[in-house]
Design a protein around this ligand. Structure first.
Ligand SMILES: Nc1ncnc2c1ncn2[C@@H]1O[C@H](COP(=O)(O)OP(=O)(O)OP(=O)(O)O)[C@@H](O)[C@H]1O
Ligand SMILES: [Mg+2]
Length: 351
């Protein structure tokens, strides 16, 4: 199913996923001498569209498929089903080394852990020059050195000359994450995926790195995907947010709409869990039961049916479709769509 994510069909998309699935094989030992292959569904029929300069947040609990989405978007892994268009070109299966290199130059990753992302034996200069050499950018050593300095200035590591000869162990976490960002940006990509980009950093330097990423993405008109558990971080960074549950997008819309009026019971539960200093403003908690179905043995119908306080027989009987309930706000819940509004609880019971 191709859904329209708040964009007309004539718009040009940097990134477009059409019904993408990713299944991983899992070997399960049933008996001593007998093994059976099963499949774990990590991403389950995702459609996404992202234009130049747009930012999308992906949120959801651990194991819902966020990082797998990130890897699919960067083609670090191939999808099992579906189609991936990048700048209008079908990149679902890239064949030659040259095609893969051309794609990689355009689509870059900001790693979660800057302490592991950089080779401890490389100076900053060498780490940032490496992608330029791989992609054959710059006609001379001097030209490449200038590009490295420009990238360092862009991430506010100034004066750039003071950082060129440093090794990772001589820098702070915040500085390292800026080097990681500089290494991604030196190729002048069109698309950036940041998977939990500040979760390994000290709280005191997070805001600085996030501000910088936001500014740079706006200035370079990058299409950006931020992956995070933290909805309040996405609120700051992203125009739109997708909430994932067991490999599916269950809600998508403007970040502000998702945070102020979440519609899907799972999204409501996530939003209610955001810490707030003003208890008066906390939305009502949605009592989801703790049992998450195994991604190896998904139920038919709604994937939240066993946890949801509103669940009815129809939720088990029919597959839930991601549906536009107005103004580009999409929700995968037949009850919300039928109700034409968010569902309500009284004393823990659906009304
Ligand atoms: N290489 C793999 N082989 C088999 N299963 C995998 C593999 N990578 C991920 N999975 C499974 O796919 C599902 C989605 O994993 P993923 O890493 O995308 O989740 P996530 O949302 O990023 O979680 P977290 O918030 O903990 O980082 C999980 O059930 C995970 O166990
Ligand atoms: Mg992850």
């Amino acid at each position: 199913m191709a859904i329209s994510l708040n964009c007309s069909d004539t718009d040009e998309f940097v990134v477009e996923l059409r019904n993408v699935k990713k299944l991983y094989p899992v070997r399960q030992s049933l008996f001593r001498n007998r093994q059976q292959s099963q499949w774990l569904t990590a991403v389950n029929g995702v459609d996404l569209r992202l234009k130049k300069g747009e930012s999308l947040g992906i949120a959801g609990e651990s194991g819902c498929g966020k990082s797998t989405m990130g890897r699919l978007l960067l083609k670090l892994i191939d999808s099992t089903e579906g189609q991936y268009l990048f700048n209008g070109e079908d990149v679902t299966v890239l064949r030659s080394k040259e095609e893969i290199l051309r794609f990689r130059r355009q689509a870059q990753l900001v790693f979660q852990n800057p302490f592991e992302a950089l080779n401890p034996r490389f100076t900053v200069q060498r780490s940032i020059t490496e992608p330029l050499t791989i992609h054959g950018i710059g006609s001379s050593k001097e030209e490449r050195a200038e590009l490295v300095k420009q990238a360092l200035r862009k991430v506010n590591l100034q004066p750039a000359e003071a950082f060129l000869e440093k090794y990772p162990h001589q820098m702070s976490g915040g500085q390292l994450q800026r080097v990681v960002l500089a290494r991604a940006l030196v190729l002048k990509p069109a698309f950036l995926v940041a998977d939990e980009p500040v979760s390994m950093l000290d709280v005191s330097v997070r805001a600085g790195v996030l501000n910088l990423m936001k500014e740079i993405a706006e200035e370079m008109q990058l299409a950006t995907v931020y992956i995070s558990h933290d909805l309040s971080l996405l609120q700051y960074l992203c125009d739109h947010t997708a909430i994932m549950y067991l490999g599916q997008i269950v809600e998508y819309g403007r970040t502000e709409d998702i945070l102020t009026k979440p519609l899907h019971p799972y999204a409501q539960a996530l939003v209610a869990a955001i810490p707030t200093l003003d208890p008066g403003k906390r939305p009502e908690e949605i009592p989801l039961s703790k049992h998450v179905p195994s991604p190896v043995d998904l139920p038919s119908g709604c994937l939240l049916q066993d946890r949801c306080p509103y669940a009815q027989a129809t939720c088990k009987a029919s597959e839930q479709i991601l549906t536009d309930v107005g103004d580009g706000h999409l929700v995968r819940c037949g009850l919300v769509c039928a109700n034409n509004d968010s569902l309500k609880l009284e004393g823990g019971k659906a009304v």
